[in-house]
Design a protein around this ligand. Structure first.
Ligand code: ATP
Length: 589
């Protein structure tokens, strides 16, 4: 919690004002029983109407001040807690931007969404309640206790018994509640996962007529959550009857003992009334504190989950001289830059999970791609092609060996400079909501209209864009839903080309483009990307047959390397792949 308190940041001033307004509110409210006892013990027996109305007026004035204090308390605590929540969300989102793929895999997207929304909301809510109640209730408790004690010290013994009983009870409840609330948050993760998967894959769900299955899956996640929430809340609900029992027991004891004192004449009736009010205040304060403690149990579970994200060690970290990878951070001049685009893999091995006892995903890979070369990568599915190219822009770090660009280890570049020099079109193409132009400008925000158009012509997508009523200003739906798979791929290629990178990686990125357009794109590459080193991962041999070098991967190992002609003569696996594709074409024909 201490760690999280730092996120109050610039809103600290609102939080610091709270104790003062609370003190004002408390003093006014607690003066009431004392003034009331004066009316009962002095004003009424003396039939002094003037005295009674004067005290009454003071009470009205104090009540108004107490109301103002209460409103101010709400205002300041709301500002403070909302600000705290906003800062925390910002910090978490910023941390997410620095996460590597491995870090994201470790949490799952759905859990990260819950942590950034529901968990932060819990913390924000608890922070607000804590500010409101944890300041007010202890003050009420202390001042009420002093006032009650000043009225009659003997009667205060009742409190000495009741308060520890309540505290012990709350402590026991807390012990059980934290674990149960933790489980409840995990169940929210599960609900979010089902919703997220369903929405992302809604077309598949509908085309496979799996809605009923999905509804059942959701119902199960929902029931699990409901049951865990009931388990957690049941324990919290238990507190109420027990607290009421102790509260009423204490009041009864005071009336019984105090009544005797009144009969003996050692205590005034008004004093007994005000003592009872203070007892009520004290017990209510203890109850309020207990309630916040129980809310705190849920917040503790959320806090653990939020801190887990904040404390995650980003495994693809900047070298100490390059502070971190954040958007809009100016590049550090001392970082090397990609100038030629020569890529060397030196005895590279890789596995996704270091604890994995199974073999490496990539084993002892060695090759060099010279500047301007086109390198094709082929191999059966799961052979490690995407993994191999993901090591170039450091989406993952090698487990052994080195990846060098222009003779410098990729780990010695500032991440921003490294990735600025590399254009990547991944297998899963993503476009964002916004206009086509806005999406293309991701490649280079300073690109001119002529540059954008040239890249789109090279990617064979300009004609399509030009045919749209709004052209480059056409709005794309979320994830680019309103363009076809092939159009999306071509837009992503254009986006990468606008960057004019020294290294361009195309991971199966023309799979949905027809052969004629694919050939035109390759032709355009030959003209426009003369100096760019291009890696093409392709399922179809035809996509890479003109490459300067083709790497054949099998089970994470390089089993062949050379031109199409060379491989055709010497490499069995390459021949097999080609033969299987020819067979496919023949049987389709
Ligand atoms: N994020 C990941 N975490 C753990 N294992 C992974 C991850 N991504 C891929 N793998 C595993 O690594 C192996 C190689 O996967 P990769 O995606 O590199 O193959 P590929 O040759 O590109 O396949 P495809 O042609 O089907 O795209 C596979 O066995 C896959 O299960």
């Amino acid at each position: 919690m201490k760690k999280l308190a730092a996120y109050i940041g610039q809103y600290k001033k609102y939080v610091l004002v709270v104790p003062f307004v609370v003190l004002l509110d408390v003093l006014c409210e607690l003066s009431m029983p004392l003034l009331m006892s004066k009316i009962v013990d002095i004003g009424i027996p003396g039939k002094d109407i003037r005295y009674i109305s004067n005290i009454g007026l003071i009470m009205v004035g104090l009540a108004l001040v107490a109301i103002a204090g209460g409103i101010a308390n709400m205002w300041f605590t709301s500002r403070g807690s909302m600000g705290f929540g906003a800062n925390l969300r910002d910090a978490l989102f910023e941390k997410l931007q620095s996460f590597s793929f491995k870090n994201i895999d470790q949490f799952s997207t759905a859990s990260l969404v819950t942590r950034l929304t529901n968990d932060v909301n819990n913390l924000q809510q608890t922070f607000m309640m804590s500010l409101r109640i944890l300041m007010r209730a202890p003050m009420m408790l202390i001042v009420s206790f002093i006032l009650a004690y000043s009225i009659n010290s003997e009667l205060s013994i009742v409190l000495a018994i009741a308060i520890p009983v309540l505290i012990a009870f709350v402590a026991i409840i807390m012990r059980f509640a934290v674990g149960r609330f933790g489980v409840m948050q995990e169940k929210i993760d599960a609900i979010n996962r089902v919703i997220q998967e369903n929405l992302i894959g809604i077309r598949v769900v509908k085309s496979f007529v799996r809605s009923d299955f999905e509804i059942k899956k959701f119902q199960k996640a929902n029931d699990d959550f409901t049951n865990s929430a009931i388990r957690a809340i049941t324990i919290a609900i238990l507190t109420m009857p027990v607290m009421m029992f102790v509260l009423n027991g204490a009041t009864l004891a005071v009336i019984w003992l105090g009544g005797g004192m009144v009969m003996q004449g050692t205590l005034g009736t008004g004093q007994l009334i005000s003592f009872t009010s203070y007892i009520m205040q004290i017990m209510m304060s203890v109850m309020m504190i207990s309630m916040v403690m129980i809310m705190g149990a849920r917040a503790e579970a959320s806090a653990k989950r939020v801190i887990e994200v904040l404390d995650t060690e980003v495994d693809i970290a900047e070298k100490p001289q390059f502070p971190n990878l954040l958007p809009d951070k100016p590049s550090v001049d001392s970082s090397p830059r990609i100038t030629a685009g020569k890529v060397e893999f030196r005895d590279v091995s890789f596995k996704y999970n270091l604890n994995d006892t199974e073999g490496d995903i990539l084993c002892h890979i060695d090759f060099t791609a010279n500047p301007g070369e086109v390198v094709g990568i082929v191999g059966s599915t799961g052979s490690g092609k995407s993994t191999l190219i993901s090591l170039i822009p450091r989406l993952y770090d090698v487990t052994e060996g080195k990846v060098l660009i222009d003779g410098v280890d990729v780990r010695d570049y500032e991440l921003e400079s490294l990735r600025e020099g590399i254009g990547v079109v991944l297998q899963k193409n993503i476009l964002f909501s916004g206009s086509i132009k806005e999406n293309l400008l991701w490649g280079n925000k300073n690109a001119t209209d002529a540059e954008i158009e040239a890249a789109c012509k090279d990617a064979q997508i300009h004609d399509f864009i030009a045919s749209l009523p709004k052209g480059y200003d056409t709005e794309l739906g979320q994830g680019g839903v309103n363009v076809s798979g092939g159009q999306k791929q071509r837009l992503c290629i254009a986006r990468a080309m606008i960057k004019k990178p020294k290294i361009l990686i195309l991971d199966d990125s023309t799979s949905a483009v027809d052969s004629a357009n694919e050939a035109k794109i390759r032709e355009a590459f030959n003209k426009s990307l003369v100096d760019t080193t291009v890696f093409i991962i392709a399922q179809r041999i035809s996509s890479v047959r003109n490459a300067d070098k083709i790497i054949v991967l099998d089970e994470g190992k390089v089993v062949g390397m050379g031109t199409h002609k060379e491989l055709l003569q010497q490499n069995d696996i390459y021949q097999e792949i080609l033969a299987s594709q020819r067979e496919g074409v023949m049987s389709n024909a």
